[in-house]
Design a binder for this molecule. Structure first.
Ligand code: GDP
Length: 340
């Protein structure tokens, strides 16, 4: 029998790649959207799968909407990827973020518990939950120390998923995914902002870009391989949580240097602190500046995942390196640029 998966946040980066993967596994994919604006489906269109998905309007903060969808279909697996997922925005909209990213998780779990406790549930947890935990690398056992309303909301989702698994014997798992990027990443995230910005500078569309803290470090992987791990977790006999990461960490500055190198930009850093600048050696133009306003009220300085458990149990092995990820993102951006 064909399995049915419900994906919340189907129009997001992970929703799009996961839909593509599940369709290749012959799933029927129900895509939950907060509204049916076709502009929100650009990623699904880009992957050429928009017509293969059954869309349902389901605001995850609405019990009525959730019930309606669960009454309409026989669902086997739920992937809860919808969230207000941008850390900086969570500081300006903390209550909305808590409702959407946090409270909605228990609303879906309640429906599963009451309606059909055999439905499997995947919760998209986040490395942001570790915050400034002092460990050298973060595993499933590391203490959490969230630094933003986003991370605190995700932590609620994480613990309530675990609680429903332990209390009601649901197959409910959390994947603690570290930053994962791709050509489908939203423009507001730093990787996309840097790549888009440098390409616009090369093409004389803009003179420079402004960034916040370029010294924080992230464990960055490739989203397309991360979504497969979500599915693998859902196929285990026993529901368990997993950290998914690469186990390597780089600063924003490293990301800039590597991107500039791949784009053949000859650059040099000058200045100190908030006066740090990136110069284009060809014409001495400043192409990256620091803007204090882009610093976060509270920052996560460093993330690096410990992936031993995922390696052992779901055979996770990241294939795309930091360099390869940058190449994939830049090549795609240049291709779009040619089409303009
Ligand atoms: P996050 O790890 O989920 O917050 O992913 P982001 O891509 O939004 O941010 C990664 C890191 O880049 C954080 O430490 C930010 O403070 C830092 N950063 C520095 N400048 C910028 C910027 O202009 N935009 C964003 N989004 N992040 C920036």
């Amino acid at each position: 029998m064909k399995k049915t998966a419900l994906i919340t946040g189907v129009g997001g980066q992970d929703g799009a790649y996961l839909s593509e993967f599940l369709l290749s596994k012959n799933y029927r994919v129900i895509g939950a959207e907060k509204n049916s604006l076709s502009t929100k489906r650009w990623r699904l269109k880009k992957l050429g799968i928009e017509k293969k998905i059954i869309f349902e309007k389901m605001r995850i903060e609405s019990d009525a909407d959730i019930n309606k969808v669960f009454n309409k279909y026989k669902i086997h697996e739920v992937y809860n990827l919808a969230a207000q997922s941008f850390v900086n925005t969570s500081f300006s909209t903390p209550i909305k973020t808590s409702n959407i990213t946090g409270l909605s998780v228990i609303k879906i779990l309640e429906v599963i518990k009451n309606k059909d406790p055999k439905i499997k549930f995947y919760q998209a947890s986040s490395s942001e939950m570790f915050g400034n935990s002092l460990s050298e690398s973060q595993s499933e056992k590391t203490n959490f120390d969230p630094q933003s309303p986003y991370a605190i909301s995700k932590l609620f989702g994480h613990y309530i998923t675990r609680n429903y698994r332990n209390s009601y014997n649901l197959f409910a798992v959390s994947g603690i995914l570290f930053n994962h990027e791709s050509p489908l990443r939203g423009n507001e995230f730093v990787t996309k902002k840097i790549i888009k910005g440098l390409i616009k500078i090369i093409n004389n569309e803009i003179k420079f870009i402004e960034l916040g803290n370029i010294y924080s470090k992230r464990d960055w992987g490739y989203a397309k391989e991360y979504v497969v791990q979500m599915w693998k977790m859902m196929q285990l006999k026993k529901p368990e949580d997993f950290v998914i990461a690469t186990g390597k960490t780089y600063s924003i500055k490293d990301f800039i240097n590597e991107s500039a190198k791949y784009l053949n930009l000859d650059v040099k850093w000058t200045g100190k602190g908030n006066n740090t600048k990136l110069l284009n050696n060809k014409n001495n133009n400043v192409i990256i500046k620091i803007n204090k306003k882009l610093f976060r009220p509270s920052e996560v300085n460093y993330t690096k995942g410990n992936i031993n458990k995922a390696k052992k149990i779901i055979k996770w092995k990241p294939k795309i390196s930091f360099k390869m990820l940058i190449k994939i993102m830049i090549d795609d951006e240049l291709k779009n640029y040619d089409h303009k």
